[in-house]
Design a protein around this ligand. Structure first.
Ligand SMILES: [Zn+2]
Length: 127
């Protein structure tokens, strides 16, 4: 049997961002919203042992802040809209972006961990 070469890091990260298996690009990487599948239903690659921990939320906060804060500051400087309107609007925008971006960040982090052959912290140690 001929083994396929693993995909490049960028392709694996793209597949992870799309919620697909970094190895084959066919099966789903996440089940539900953020739960990692034990293994790819298409190619059987194991992912259940990978733990992304806090990296996806940190990455999400970093990205959302860079999207939301510049227009918020611009609007405040130029138009000074009502404080309540701003509070509600920017909160809703931040929440929506966070919910949309968090699974993408988790997929990228898991794909990078898989590509870089990170052991993860859930695998049982063998003596
Ligand atoms: Zn797969």
């Amino acid at each position: 049997m001929i083994e396929k070469a693993p995909p490049r890091l960028s392709l694996a990260a793209l597949r992870g961002m799309l919620g697909r298996c970094p190895s084959c690009g066919e099966g789903k990487l996440l089940q539900g919203y953020l739960k990692v599948v034990p293994s790819c239903p298409s190619c059987g690659e194991a992912y259940g042992h990978l733990r992304a921990d806090d990296m996806p939320p940190w990455l999400t906060v970093f990205i959302v802040a860079h999207i939301v804060i510049p227009p918020m500051l611009y609007l405040e400087q130029v138009y000074q809209p009502n404080v309540w309107l701003q509070s509600i609007g920017w909160s809703v925008a931040s929440l929506a972006l966070t919910l949309a971006i968090l699974p993408r960040c988790k997929g990228v982090v898991l794909a990078l961990m898989w590509s870089l052959k990170s052991e993860g912290s859930e695998r049982e140690e063998t003596p």
